[in-house]
Design a protein around this ligand. Structure first.
Ligand SMILES: Cc1cc2nc3c(=O)[nH]c(=O)nc-3n(C[C@H](O)[C@H](O)[C@H](O)COP(=O)(O)OP(=O)(O)OC[C@H]3O[C@@H](n4cnc5c(N)ncnc54)[C@H](O)[C@@H]3O)c2cc1C
Length: 389
């Protein structure tokens, strides 16, 4: 069976490598000069910055992505974070565990979990009556992990993701950063005879087989699109989906002479204007920077990006007071290169109106945070194709 994969992002390469391993004939098409989409490294001033992700895998070596990487023989070492997370609150650092949250707030969580079995629960209902620490933590967690505010989130829809955190634990950092995952997958693909073509796909024409137009028109039995539902619909010249609301964010990459966080987990910042959290990936892999690489992230609250960045930089100035640091890059993720093509909890799954045409990646995720959701989406798609992993 011939398979065309449109886009070499994480979802595309994950699908391509697994299918090539199972004997499918796979062609990947990528319009950019590099592979990996929003999950690879960019070298700058001796630091491994990234095209998107904060070099973190939400459930580290225990999550769905690690499981798929292992099953396909993609060799990636993941350093699980320890502690998984801390919160900066009242000038103190507090380790995040279940018991960090007051009993009243934990009971409220359990009560709303039960309620959500019968009806949709809004996040505002959960927020109401929470203690100050839990309320601020919720805001920082959503901003850091999903680039959304509490107003944009539904408790019921985010609950499966919370449950995964409880079950699988916190994040990990791949040694070598995002690029090591992409390189490992492309090695599997190429070693199985798969091909990566540097070409933009301009159209897909369904029929008995699919005609995929890139530099030339070629026929495929299966098409897997890694460009989201909206772009896929455009390639089909079809209106099956139009507007899905993306989530936007701003990422800051900061060089430090001395470490600031000093561990491999996330530091959630609870008393800021915008910044939701930070990580210091060089604590897991010193080769990610010539010095220490601190990454900070914020959701975008207003439509004025300059204002948003000014707020974020003020936060960074306050947090890093007394530290010798340099902001290496400020990257804004919106429009065609957002944090998420579809706001968390609103993904519409991998299916399209066409048999054997599927969407993987962001926007077609399963119920887990970011790349873990991408891995679940790929697993669901493979089940549909009756490919066992
Ligand atoms: C600031 C930021 C921080 C993040 N942090 C994390 C994190 O720490 N952990 C985490 O789990 N997730 C994180 N994410 C999310 C994660 O990076 C993305 O969910 C993931 O990388 C998206 O992968 P994808 O499979 O959707 O592919 P994409 O990255 O969207 O790649 C799609 C590819 O398709 C190509 N393409 C598009 N159109 C065409 C065409 N017509 N023809 C050929 N090729 C085409 C593109 O060039 C691109 O390479 C973060 C994202 C951002 C922006």
């Amino acid at each position: 069976m011939r398979v065309a994969v449109i886009g070499s992002g994480l979802g595309g390469l994950l699908s391509a490598s697994i299918l090539s391993e199972k004997g499918f004939e796979v062609d990947v098409f990528e319009k950019l000069p590099f592979i990996g989409g929003r999950f690879t490294n960019i070298e700058y001033k001796g630091f491994q910055l990234s095209t998107g992700a904060l070099h973190m895998i939400p459930h580290g070596s225990r999550g769905p992505l690690a499981r798929l990487l292992k099953s396909v023989g993609a060799n990636v070492e993941i350093v699980d974070s320890k502690p998984e997370g801390e919160a900066l609150y009242n000038g103190e650092r507090i380790e995040i565990r279940k018991k960090t949250f007051p009993l009243r707030s934990r009971l409220k969580f359990v009560k709303l979990c039960l309620k959500s079995k019968f009806r949709e629960v809004r996040m505002s209902e959960f927020e109401k009556g929470l203690d100050d620490f839990s309320k601020r933590f919720l805001k920082a967690f959503l901003g850091w992990s999903l680039s959304i505010t509490t107003k944009e989130a539904s408790f019921s829809r985010i609950l499966p993701m919370f449950n995964q955190v409880v079950k699988l634990g916190g994040p990990g950092i791949p040694v070598g950063g995002c690029k090591s995952v992409i390189n490992a997958l492309s090695e599997v693909l190429l070693s199985n005879g798969g091909k990566i073509h540097k070409a933009r796909v301009k159209g897909i024409k369904p029929g008995k087989t699919f005609s995929v137009a890139a530099r030339e028109v070629k026929k495929y039995d299966i098409v897997i699109s890694n460009v989201g539902h909206v772009e896929t619909a455009k390639l089909l010249n079809n209106q099956y989906v139009q507007n899905l609301e993306p989530s936007c964010g701003i990422k800051y990459s900061i060089a430090l002479k001395e470490p600031f966080i000093n561990h491999t987990g996330v530091l959630f910042t609870l008393e800021t204007r915008r910044i939701s959290g930070m990580n210091e990936v060089t604590n897991a892999d010193p080769n990610l920077g010539r010095g220490h690489l601190l990454m900070a992230h914020q959701p975008v609250i207003t439509s004025n990006v300059r204002y948003e960045i000014a707020q974020g930089l003020k936060d960074i100035r306050d947090i890093l007071k007394g530290y010798d640091y340099e902001v290496l890059a400020v990257q804004c993720y919106s429009d065609g290169w957002p944090v998420n093509r579809v706001k968390a909890g609103q993904d519409i799954g991998f299916e399209t109106p066409y048999r054997n045409l599927y969407v993987v990646g962001d926007g077609a995720k399963g119920d887990a945070i970011e790349v873990e959701g991408i891995a679940l989406g790929v697993e669901n798609m493979l089940k549909k194709l009756e490919v066992s992993i």
